[in-house]
Design a protein around this ligand. Sequence first.
Ligand code: SF4
Ligand code: SF4
Ligand code: FES
Length: 524
Amino acid sequence: MPNLTINGIAVAVPDGTTILNAAKTIGVHVPHYCYHPRLSIAGNCRMCLVEVEKFPKLQTACSTVVTEGMIVRTDTEKVRKAVTGVLELILIHHPIDCPICDQAGECGLQNYYMTYGLHKSRYALEDKVHKKKVQDIGGQIVLDAERCILCSRCVRFLDEVTQTRELHIFSRGDHSEISVFPGRPLSNDYTGNLADICPVGALTSKDFRFKCRVWFLKGAESICTGCSNGCNVEAHFKGDILYRLKPRENEAVNRSWMCDFGRLEYKKANDARLLAPFVREGGAEKAVSWGALVPRVALELSRAAEAGPDAAAVIASPQLSNEELYLARRIATELLGTRNLAFTHRAPGDGFEDGFLIRADKNPNSRGARLLGIPDGAAFDALVERIAAGTVRALLVFGNVVGSFTEAETAALLSKVPFVAQVGTNDGPVSKVATAVMPSASFAERGGTFTSHAGRVQRFRAGFAPRGKARNTVDLLVELANRMGAGWTFAGEASVFHALSATEAPFAGMTYESVGSQGQECKP
Ligand code: SF4
Ligand code: SF4
Ligand code: FES
């Protein structure tokens, strides 16, 4: 544990720590471009220069390991002058498109210029080297080579993380340029991360470009719903529109990364939303108030339950939170007294998984459903058989997926049930035929926990209120259950999680506090 001082503050750090990271532990920010905590050290941008006593020259903080008794200063005139000089050099050939650059607000170049630059350019505008702009280089990325500061983060990411090596630095001197080989575009499942790690506006997201200035966005801690890996993400929204998902650091789950498929999952919160409850009568949709609809659904389900244990059924979804699944199970088993309870998967694509982040199960909470005693597989097939045989008189279904059935097959199957009530976020095969449609909040509009494939219970939080007349699923299920005589006193998902962890062994002893923002392993 070497002891050193940084700007006069004493600090002790583990052996092998660099000056940049030692400074970070005491809240001293050393400017940097090429350094990234998840990538190898390149030491090529020279932004992180610091003064070290007894060293004749300034040192790069990202690549200099601390030693016992070191005295470091990051705040001297000499350091400031050097960093200003580095910035001036970087900016010599930088294009003059800052005012329209979509990276504004999160561009390292703009931000550091305000702190260390603020110099007049000594370079003639017409002498700037021009490089290719707005190139679609594949994946989710647009390249503006002119803005690149050659920090090589992107090259190292593709060498070290995806190992697909699509980007290279071509040419020499001030003509050096980042690019792909002709005809060999980015082709890996993690390209979106390049826009996150590029410190300037050279690599930007095709999807997010020019949609919204980042300073208008607010963020909420969330969990990706794209597969069972449970990558930690930040959901960025403005008003009630979700604009993007960014990876949130979690060493145990996704480190700093997320996949391209998951990155586009935010669209589910915006597109084809069910925004108001309705019933279908004689094939026509008729708007209805929540006040009228919930009692009607409760009545139909209760009536069916009275007709026998197989006459009411619940199809749950692994897109539901642990809290919602727990309530759905209790509705089925305690209030409807039925064994007709199972869940069905959403399985877009081919069930691909890659041994890194992407999992074959494209649902965030299959593990949670099973741990809470809701089966899939054979139990789901048996439930479908009972539906096809006309045994089920009233069905409560969550989401839009029924097994691997097509839209026509879903319609044919559900036509066997006289009363189908759906709780769903988006329009789809089930809402197109259901008797009663109850719009529910998207993952960005509600909170709760998912259990990842590895058994990690992780919280996601509401960013904004449910869109339109959509309702929080927990609140909706509590009201529905109480209409059936449950007498539940739950108030919000936290109280449901409290009850769940008190009775369900895998979750024993857990609280929202203990789960925190990084998750907690459930009991085996
Ligand atoms: S494109 Fe971005 S990440 Fe890649 S070298 Fe240039 S500035 Fe660095
Ligand atoms: S690996 Fe899975 S959880 Fe992670 S970002 Fe991709 S789809 Fe989402
Ligand atoms: S961050 Fe140290 S040289 Fe680039």
